[in-house]
Design a protein around this ligand. Sequence first.
Ligand code: ATP
Ligand code: MG
Length: 236
Amino acid sequence: ALRLRDIVKTFGKVEVLRGIDLEVGRGEFVVFVGPSGCGKSTLLRIIAGLDDQTSGTIEIGGRRVDGVEPARRGIAMVFQSYALYPHLTVGGNMGLALRQEGMRKAEIDGRVSKAAGLLQLAHLLERRPAELSGGQRQRVAIGRAIVRDPELFLFDEPLSNLDAALRVNTRIEIARLHRELGASMIYVTHDQIEAMTLADRIVVLNGGIVEQVGRPIDLYNKPANLFVAGFIGSPK
Ligand code: ATP
Ligand code: MG
């Protein structure tokens, strides 16, 4: 679904990404972990087209997307801050991007109601964001991504604003969505339990490079170096 080749990103003189190579298979769930400032969000933004890489190439669904605008990349991104429009209803928020693209109303309504069903939001479609709980708002933000029917979902710490119980529920919800939608997902988190339970593969980033990529169990049992061992929390 995604192929990154030698992605480099510099801000001024600082090289934030120093040559990232990665392939994500169709339907695969890949989790990015790494210390604050290691470049996780920058890499997601570059994949999404919200920022340009300094060099390197990106393929999504077998198609080069360098220079392609975000809405046409076949991706949808969910952020930590859900940034819903306060004056629009839940349904209005979920359908907004599709309306802006000029999709027919009947098609939009169909997609919104399907996503709302998947996310248990069907009874809340007429509410405004201020009338929702934090967890419900985050589900609306996920719904906004689902209606786009993307090839690849990008999640940047989507649960970090939720309390502990809601984090667990929403995590289980995301795992279920992944199974039901069959789409590829890249998911950034600082939470080890999220990483271990959600990931088909974990990518450990540090200082703009990939330290190790592997299945959770393999990283845990055979960390490539002390950094990975410390990060994944293996006592060995
Ligand atoms: P966190 O876990 O704290 O979210 P991160 O891994 O997502 O961290 P990034 O946000 O990708 O880190 O930032 C990587 C580095 O790039 C940081 O040193 C950051 O200060 C720098 N950086 C990010 N965006 C810009 C920008 N627009 N201009 C200059 N430097 C930037
Ligand atoms: Mg970040």
